[in-house]
Design a protein around this ligand. Structure first.
Ligand code: UGA
Length: 316
């Protein structure tokens, strides 16, 4: 592959680029270092990639770039660049979501309509489902997002489908379910919980803690993404889940075991935009991509705990 990874300095993008290079592929990585969280964290994500002969990094904003030139010679596009986070997507913040999740995606699809690639992988999200889909969620359930973020991810999926049908862009859509692990974004639950546990600070749980997630370890997410690039069925949508449905309260018991101390848990109101439950039916990904999640929540949380413990030692 001569792969383009957008959002390469992010949590999943940086792991994906490492895996692709490990498999012997060439990677062009792009990122514009949005201010959603600190640039220094994203630079650290890139540290093992920089200087690698198969990796070329360019700092660019997809909306201010000649995308035809960017995709020239590229065989596989992994489009992970996005404005993330369900809870920040309300009010005026929404503008960043429409620009980065819709305008940028449309521009890239347009470029790939002109210069054929072998696969265009779009990183979508479980947040497209909302609260009406039956559990476990199947890709053919009617999506009804409950956050503005989810609306933009769903609209971007529809753009992918449109460019596939009208222009033959070989899209494969992946719906990631709450990905976690080393380098996880600092606004996400496990990063906040584990860091608070390490530092002996309060942990804030939204609502009653009985909301559930299908938490997916980042290496499993990356395995599914690479497989989608090589043999995902074009035009199809795949759930990528971790294989279990766990409540926030139950996950906190594992966090306490990792930290080896009792947690100071405090309650906050339910957050607008949060889904109540997620749980992926991954039989389609298993059938077409050979995907089976391999990392248990306990193993995965230990790995994230170790990463954050090291970071806290360096930067207390
Ligand atoms: C995550 C990502 O942030 C989205 O970008 C992604 O698209 C989405 O997963 C998805 O898979 O669709 P979320 O499930 O909200 O969204 O992930 P977390 O931030 O890890 O939250 C998990 C649960 O913990 C939520 O119920 C949330 O309300 C709760 N939480 C989060 C707390 O109780 N306290 C916190 O401090 C943070």
């Amino acid at each position: 592959m001569n792969a383009l990874v957008t959002g390469v300095a992010g949590f999943i993008g940086s792991h994906l680029a490492e895996a692709l290079i490990g498999d012997g592929h060439k990677v062009i990585g792009v990122d514009c270092f949005t201010d959603y969280y600190e640039r220094s964290r994203k630079e650290a994500n890139l540290s093992s990639l920089m200087g690698h002969s198969s990796f070329k990094f360019t700092e660019i904003d997809l909306m201010e770039t000649d995308l035809a030139t960017l995709v020239a010679g590229v065989t596989h596009v992994f489009h992970l660049a996005a404005q993330p986070g369900v809870r920040h997507s309300w009010k005026r913040g929404f503008r960043a979501y429409t620009a980065r999740n819709l305008d940028a995606t449309q521009g890239l699809l347009e470029a790939c309509a002109e210069q054929p690639v072998e696969r265009f992988i779009y990183a979508s999200s479980s947040s497209v489902y909302g609260d009406h889909a039956a559990l476990p969620m199947r890709e053919d359930a009617s999506p009804l997002p409950v956050s503005p973020y989810g609306v933009t991810k769903l609209a971007a999926e529809l753009l992918c489908r449109l460019y596939h049908e009208t222009s033959g862009v070989p899209v494969v859509v992946l719906r990631y379910f709450t990905v976690y692990g080393p380098r996880q974004r600092p606004d996400m639950a496990f990063h906040r919980f584990l860091l608070a546990a390490i530092r002996g600070k309060p942990i804030y749980v939204y609502g009653d803690g009985r909301q559930t997630r299908d938490f997916t370890f980042v290496s499993d997410t990356v395995t599914a993404t690479v497989a989608a690039g090589t043999h995902g069925t074009v035009g199809r949508i795949y759930n990528v889940g971790g294989g279990s449905q766990v409540s926030v309260s139950d996950a906190l018991e594992i966090v306490a075991a990792c930290a080896g101390r009792p947690l100071d848990i405090q309650r906050k109101p339910c957050q607008r935009g949060d889904m109540r439950d997620t749980y992926a039916d991954t039989s389609l990904a298993q059938r077409d991509l050979g995907f089976t999640p391999t990392i248990s929540l306990t193993e995965g949380l230990r790995a994230e705990h170790e990463w954050l413990s090291q970071l806290s030692t360096v930067n207390p």
